[in-house]
Design a protein around this ligand. Structure first.
Ligand code: TRP
Length: 457
């Protein structure tokens, strides 16, 4: 049976390596700029609480399902699912989960890389002191000037694409694993340093209050849905990224335990990011502006005005580059191993092709901020459309299919023998959440997306 299969791409040298890699995938731009921004928009503490519940009851079951599929199949997402379908006598059409995932990964990477490029630009700007003593108006002008220049955006996007391709072209052992082994601990240390800086230089009490004090009067069904969507995106679920990382997992490791650790670390980083950001925003008397604005406009003003801000601002942006980098590796890896296995490409060729494709698609995102900003489909620019389709349609669809497949279409004994959940209560929780709770909840995200779509028309 599947128990003794190993991946031809190598295995993680230890459980810690897998945890670091999966955490590296999960922690990214989503945690560090998106989480604080939507927390700000949705009432702070209550939103955080709902988010944590979503991670626990929806995110973790889907994550376990996804890692299970990868570890059992040991191949690229498409072939892993095909292999499992053959063993379970199920329709081979379940393979579309893998295909969807591979395409979704490249689509997300195409704009993720552009935004990561902004982070690189701002790291260098902060390091050179260009942002020192800048005021809110200056920061806004600078940001708008920056994104209106397609050449600059292209240069940074290209740079980010190249470093991603270089790391993944070296393979799991020498590339991915050693990269995350060094980057993840460094990232946590930098984030902690930033929180400490925030505690001394920012309005820490009010920042903390904002994050922890739950005001349920601002909570609507939509708030719950947004929190769930964020849990989904932040944990890297629904596109096969964790399936691939799971396929490198050695046999003696407990999937449920490992997933709980990864989800906890991801949530911890998001909360730390909030703790680092909110006090600075509040003490500087700044507004919680929207999306990219929060970091690229607001925080630079704060760092520019604070003693030591040049150093800490630079460290912060470097941290964000690392986080985006380890996430982007997981977005591209499913396509790479698919190309290697299916079309016999070398890892180098597969990395060049995949990164090249994402790079090319990224040009659509770049021009949607400047020369192509008037070009819209259903009222959305290319960037907004890509983000909309991937976050609101493709990822939730992947998530629903993964939980339904694992929950309903795989013989229980086969799952039990792999997951080895001892307690009867936890077994009940696992099946209830995989079969019913998680798919239904994700369906709500999709319905919400559909409602949003109707508004647009
Ligand atoms: N989770 C990452 C973040 O928070 C983004 C990401 C990486 C992702 N791989 C993914 C999102 C796979 C969805 C699916 O920034």
């Amino acid at each position: 049976m599947a128990i003794n299969r190993t991946s031809s791409h190598g295995e993680w040298s230890s459980r810690t390596a897998f945890i670091l890699a999966a955490t590296g995938s999960a922690v990214g731009l989503g945690n560090i700029w998106k989480f604080p921004y939507i927390t700000g928009e949705n009432g702070g503490g209550a939103f955080v609480l709902i988010y944590i519940l979503c991670v626990l009851f929806i995110g973790i079951p889907i994550m376990i399902s996804e890692v299970y599929l990868g570890k059992r199949g040991r191949l690229n997402p498409i072939a892993s699912i095909k292999y499992i379908c053959e063993r379970e006598n199920r329709s081979k059409y379940w393979q579309v989960i893998g295909l969807f995932g591979i395409l979704t990964g490249i689509l997300i990477l195409s704009y993720y890389s552009v935004i990561a490029g902004w982070t690189m630009a701002y790291a260098s700007r902060t390091a050179f002191g260009i942002l020192n003593n800048i005021d809110a108006v200056g920061a806004t002008t600078m940001f708008n000037d920056f994104i209106s220049d397609p050449e600059r955006l292209l240069a940074w996007h290209t740079m980010f694409s190249i470093i991603t391709a270089i790391v993944v072209s070296k393979g799991v052992k020498s590339g991915l694993e050693s990269a995350v082994m060094r980057l993840m601990p460094a990232l946590l240390v930098l984030l902690l340093a930033l929180v400490i800086f925030s505690a001394f230089e920012g309005d820490f009490i009010n920042g903390l209050k904002f994050m922890l004090y739950p005001d349920f009067s601002v909570v609507t069904w939509k708030t719950v849905l947004i929190a769930m969507g964020q849990a989904f995106f932040s944990l890297s679920l629904g596109m096969g990224a964790l399936m691939v990382y799971g396929s490198y997992l050695s046999n003696d490791i407990s999937i449920p335990q490992t997933c709980v650790i990864v989800a906890s670390l991801d949530t911890l980083v998001a909360l730390l990011a909030g703790l680092a950001i909110f006090p600075i925003v509040i003490s500087s008397g700044l507004e919680m502006s929207q999306g990219p604005g929060l970091i690229f406009q607001t925080l630079t003003v704060a760092f520019g005005a604070m003693p030591g801000g040049q150093l800490f601002g630079t460290l912060f942006f470097i941290l964000l580059i690392f986080a985006a980098w380890t996430s982007s590796i997981s977005l591209i890896e499913p396509m790479i191993i698919w190309l290697i296995e299916k079309y016999d490409l070398t890892r180098m060729q597969a990395a060049a092709f995949s990164a090249g494709l994402a790079w090319l698609l990224g040009i659509g995102t770049i021009i949607s901020f400047n020369i192509g900003s008037d070009f819209t489909i259903y009222g959305m620019t290319i960037f907004e459309l890509l983000d909309y389709i991937t976050s609101n349609i493709l990822l939730p669809m992947g998530g629903i299919m993964i939980t339904i497949f694992v929950g309903w279409f795989i013989v229980k004994e086969n799952i039990n023998s792999e997951l080895k959940i001892k307690s009867r209560f936890l077994t009940f929780v696992w099946y209830f959440s995989t079969r019913i709770l998680a798919p239904l909840a994700v369906m709500f995200v999709m319905l919400n997306a559909l409602g949003f779509n109707i508004n647009i028309f």
